[in-house]
Design a protein around this ligand. Sequence first.
Ligand code: FMN
Length: 175
Amino acid sequence: MLRGSRSEIPMHGRLEGRALDQLFRTARTHVAWIVRSSAGRELLAGCASGSNRRKILAAPVTVIIGYDLDFSTTLPKLFPAKATVMRALFEDAELARVTAFRNSSLQGAYLILAARALGLDCAPMSGFDNSAVDRTFFNATNVKSNFICSIGYGSAQNLSPRNPRLEFEQANHFA
Ligand SMILES: Cc1cc2nc3c(=O)[nH]c(=O)nc-3n(C[C@H](O)[C@H](O)[C@H](O)COP(=O)(O)O)c2cc1C
């Protein structure tokens, strides 16, 4: 059902408003900055390493999946039943950081699954300068970048074979 995601795939074409609506509004993934203007793509590509630059420039959109270290300020709205208790809990900065990072990683993975289910291809990338991206896109906020992901319709041209995978027994243990 799901199409493969190949980071080597050059992305092309525009994403229609309906696809963006479904990915980012209806599907309620609100952790992301969507870079789609030429200027934005140039800026983001300038923060990326090696071949990631051309992927970002070629893709119709690249999403910056971030996490807000101040997320607990939204708890009165998002989790009214336990906001006071939870806010006190997340005064522990390290607990807030690992929680925000974990949740943004999950949100990014859900985004990839949703995009693939819509027939889109995804190229997740961690090869970029996080501090530069945070300065450029999240200045004056406490939002930090986790990973970025180009989304579009991939082309099979120049696609290298899928890398080997570990056997189930190598990667998993029953306890
Ligand atoms: C979080 C994450 C970060 C990645 N960072 C990079 C990257 O910076 N550059 C790159 O070429 N591939 C990167 N990859 C790998 C590819 O995007 C892709 O997942 C890999 O080629 C496997 O593709 P497959 O779905 O066809 O197996 C990353 C993958 C993940 C999940």
